[in-house]
Design a protein around this ligand. Structure first.
Ligand code: BGC
Length: 272
């Protein structure tokens, strides 16, 4: 047997795999909506991220329009994963803490699928970022109870037991005194009230210690935009007993996690 046909077969197989495992990831946030095609086997983005400002008000129609623009930008009608900053069950948004209330009860997955012309999976933003970190980042290979906390406009959470996600945990809405934790300790609160890193960190510590007392996790992964500035506040987190590490995928976690969530839901295996 000559070598040439065998090599050719291998190449064809790779091409098919690429088609099955490349997914457009879209990360819907309060300020920007970002997207890029991602290779779900490596966690790498296959093109530079494209970002469009989140429309205001961020109604279902206005956001869907941006999702469609992003897909068009990448000339994409294929498999897509999207994050959404609220409880998402079977593609339907159930809450709207930081988004337009018209989202409650909206089938985001169906709406985006129709706009893009391809199948779309929609999951909670922190869950997506957590899945990306557990697969390629700070939580990779970590067993036991890992809790990812995202500090951004709000506080998001993703809880993993031996690598398996318990979705929609919403730990950002635990109460600290009379307030939602996210109204005291989110990154947006630090910015809005001009808190020093030290003063804001005290709130983050109080919050993490509360979550620690309730769940006794093995690891906290801290994500969200502020994870880029871990050097500013990690030195103040000493009182937390649990190991605390910054997220590693920074502003790509949502895109990569959304793409992975689509692969996981539709059942195409992740090969490392
Ligand atoms: C929402 C969560 C979201 C988090 C971070 C919270 O207000 O309830 O669903 O994950 O913000 O965006």
């Amino acid at each position: 047997m000559s070598l040439a046909p065998v090599l050719r077969a291998a190449v064809i197989e790779n091409d098919e795999n690429d088609a099955m495992t490349t997914v457009l990831g879209i990360d819907i946030g309060g300020t920007g909506i970002k997207g890029a095609p991602a290779d779900t086997r490596s966690g790498q983005l296959l093109a530079d991220r494209h970002r469009i400002l989140t429309p205001h008000p961020a109604t279902p129609d206005a956001v869907t329009d941006v999702v469609a623009q992003l897909a068009k930008f990448f000339d994409w009608t294929g498999p897509t994963g999207a994050t959404f900053p609220a409880v998402v069950k079977d593609g339907v948004a159930r809450t709207a803490a930081n988004v337009d209330p018209a989202w409650i009860g909206t089938d985001a997955a169906a709406k985006f699928s129709k706009a893009i012309g391809g199948e779309v999976t929609v999951v909670n933003d922190a869950d997506a970022a957590g899945v990306a970190e557990m697969t390629f980042g700070a939580g990779k290979g970590r067993r036991g109870l890992v809790i990812m906390i995202t500090l951004g406009t709000g506080i998001g959470s993703a809880l993993f037991m031996d690598g398996v996600l318990v979705p929609n945990t919403e730990l950002g809405h635990l109460k600290m005194g009379e307030h939602d934790a996210e109204h005291l300790a989110a990154e947006s609160v630090r910015e809005k009230h001009g808190l020093s890193w030290k003063d804001w960190s005290k709130r983050v510590v109080e919050y993490l210690m509360m979550v620690e007392a309730l769940f006794t996790p093995d690891l906290f992964v801290i994500g969200g935009g502020v994870s880029k500035k871990a050097d500013k506040f990690f030195p103040h987190l000493g009182e937390v007993q649990t190991e605390v590490v910054p997220a590693q995928l920074l502003n790509e976690a949502g895109i990569v996690g959304a793409a992975l969530a689509h692969i996981q839901r539709t059942g195409v295996p992740h090969t490392d």
